[in-house]
Design a protein around this ligand. Structure first.
Ligand code: DAH
Length: 339
């Protein structure tokens, strides 16, 4: 029996040295020390021993049990240490390595220029206003004094949703919405998307952006429009460029004018940017028509105002020398990454 016990101890120690994880270790513990294990099996035979032999073998058996237990314990510690060392190694971080910079997105040129323009107007004391893109015919046309037979109302130019509802063709309806709600003094700019039923080409898109401006107060005259135009151009281009007013017609302003600015590229001499004109169109504008003021509940005898509206795409294209409008909408990273 003594030999059998010694064999068990040896076998246990040998197997123990080959153990690789705690699962195997637990299986080994059950195999040797468990209730149905090798050691227990031998102990059952203790009864057959003589009274003198029993305590001797009992002692040896106890020692074998303790030895195996301790050896298992020791192996468990070793496995734990090895595992945590491995973990440390795997998670090692070399803080001296150069960092991996995350790829940063940036604003689309239409957004960055729009924000630049908004900032300029905010700096001149304007508020930013907005209105719905799905608009009533009333706000887009009727309140702005566009008669029912006006060519802009043609279904060929305007996306109609129903008889009375359409996609706004201009940001001018925001003027009406602002004047209905707020009494003068009013000083707002309203940027936004507008829609016209145009086929896509290098200079046309069914969706584009406008920025509308409106100032209404007592004693506002055309001179104020000239002053704001000059100030805006100076802040946007950083130069004191001349402006010129060309008579024009808009149903919602009287008188109306197209404001042109001296070409920032050639200084008025004439170049490809201004098509030899020396001047570039800035925006459509004029003195708010008395009928429009009245439609919004503002007395034209007491108040007057000017308004203007400009296209964002053309401004952005000029600023960056872009010759095809479609590039602004195609989301081609090779194009967008240049800004
Ligand atoms: N809404 C006009 C357009 O789309 C632009 C415009 C002209 C706006 C004169 C105005 C204005 O506010 O007074 O062509």
């Amino acid at each position: 029996m003594k030999q059998a016990l010694e064999r068990i101890e040896q076998a246990a120690k040998k197997e123990l040295s080959e153990i690789r994880d705690s699962k195997e270790l637990e299986a080994l513990r059950i195999k040797f020390l468990g209730k149905k294990g090798d050691l227990s099996a031998i102990m059952k035979d203790m009864a057959k021993l003589s009274a003198e032999e029993r305590p001797v073998i009992g002692q040896i058996a106890n020692k074998v049990r303790t030895d195996i237990s301790e050896a298992i314990e020791k192996r468990a510690e070793e496995l734990k240490a090895a595992a945590s060392e491995l973990k440390l190694k795997e998670e090692r971080l070399d803080v001296t390595l150069p960092g991996r910079a995350p790829k940063l997105g940036k604003l689309h040129p239409l957004d960055s220029v729009m924000r630049e323009i908004e900032d300029i107007f905010i700096g001149m004391g304007f508020d930013i206003a907005s209105g719905p893109e799905v608009e009533y015919d009333y706000y887009n046309f009727e309140a702005l004094n566009l008669p029912p037979d006006h060519p802009a109302r043609d279904t060929q130019d305007t996306f109609y949703i129903s008889d009375k509802i359409l996609l706004r063709t201009q940001t001018s309806p925001i003027q009406v919405r602002v004047m209905e709600k707020k009494k003068p003094p009013i000083r707002i700019v309203a940027p936004g998307r507008v829609y016209r039923s145009d086929a896509v080409d290098a200079t046309h898109s069914p969706l584009f952006h406008q920025i509308e401006g409106l100032v209404v107060d007592k004693g506002i005259t055309m001179t104020d429009l000239v002053g704001i135009s000059k100030m805006f151009i100076e802040r946007l281009y950083g130069e004191n460029l001349k402006i010129r007013l060309r008579p024009h017609h808009f149903p919602f302003t009287e008188p109306s004018a197209e404001v042109d600015m001296e070409c920032f590229n050639c200084g008025g001499k004439g170049c490809s940017m201004c098509k030899g004109e020396g001047y570039i169109e800035l925006w459509g504008s004029g003195m708010v028509h008395p009928k429009v003021l009245r439609n919004c509940g503002i007395d034209p005898e007491e108040y007057s105002g000017f308004a203007f509206g400009m296209g964002l795409e053309r401004l952005v294209m000029r600023k960056y020398g872009i010759t095809d409008l479609r590039l602004l909408y195609e989301n081609d990273l090779r194009f967008l990454e240049q800004f």
